[in-house]
Design a protein around this ligand. Structure first.
Ligand code: COA
Ligand code: ZN
Length: 224
């Protein structure tokens, strides 16, 4: 049996088809038929995973998390309490969603003119973190290992490694892949990783990292 709860049939907490693809669902949560959940993932209290949702391996979903049917979540993603991952939201590997952070998927919503499946997409690239209670206005990409401050409102694409704060969010610095803020020398005082800026000073890349600043740690992504 793969599901702990099927909609309308609260049962007990249980998991998997075999030991190999085992995952945990708390008995208070619902997983609809047709959701795909990777091994090692833990789904805690009062969550709802809708049919069609794809969740990778070794994720953690805190209390009161909703995952819609056209949402995609990679491996190693941590979602804190009270977060809804709507249709059109893609979270790549090792993304961190702080408590009560907010995604959106319609730019100009109207109750009496519903859009029925026409969404603006949001992609959060590998290793990025979203602070508590921030809001991501849809239609944007948050770069690899970027860090969004608590309470910020993201209204534009965010470069890799950018530290963004405020309403609307502005870049106030750069952060290392490990989460440490970078000083002017762009060398992490914590882990020693080094970075360089492009000529316009707009994008940061990790030195000695041929194509993808995060791949050497996460070994590629599971999210297409
Ligand atoms: C943005 C952040 C990373 C900055 O941390 P920091 O480098 O230690 O920065 P400081 O606390 O020294 O603050 C530096 C400046 O930024 C401001 N600042 C800090 N956090 C801010 C935020 N969320 N929004 C707006 N401004 C912020 C401070 O007021 C300070 O401004 P000042 O220089 O005018 O006094 C941190 O405050 C933050 O928001 N982290 C996310 C925490 C979170 O949500 N965790 C979720 C898991 S529990
Ligand atoms: Zn570092």
């Amino acid at each position: 049996m793969r599901l702990a709860h099927r909609t309308g049939q609260p049962l007990f907490c249980l998991f998997a088809k075999s030991m190999q693809d085992e995952y945990f669902v708390h008995e208070s949560s619902y997983v609809d038929d047709g959701a795909v959940i990777g091994s090692g993932t833990k789904i805690w209290h009062f969550c709802h995973i809708q049919s069609g949702a794809r969740i990778g391996k070794n994720c953690s979903l805190g209390q009161n998390v909703n995952v819609s049917g056209a949402a995609v979540i990679g491996d190693g993603v941590r979602i804190q309490n009270n977060v809804s991952i709507y249709d059109g939201v893609v979270l790549e590997d090792n993304v961190f969603c702080g408590p009560s952070c907010v995604f959106t998927n319609v730019t100009t919503p109207r109750a009496h003119f519903p859009v029925h499946g026409v969404f603006s997409y949001t992609r959060v690239r590998a290793g990025a973190s979203l602070g508590a209670n921030c809001t991501v206005v849809c239609g944007h990409t948050i770069g690899r290992s970027a860090l969004i401050a608590a309470g910020a409102v993201v209204t534009h694409d965010v470069p890799d490694y950018a530290l963004m704060a405020g309403v609307p969010a502005r870049r106030i610095g750069w952060v290392c892949e490990c989460g440490q803020r970078l000083g002017e020398d762009l060398k992490c005082s914590c882990c020693g990783r080094e970075y360089s800026l492009d000529q316009e000073g707009r994008t940061l890349a990790q030195k000695d990292c041929p194509s993808d600043g995060i791949q050497h740690q996460s070994q590629g992504g599971s999210v297409g």
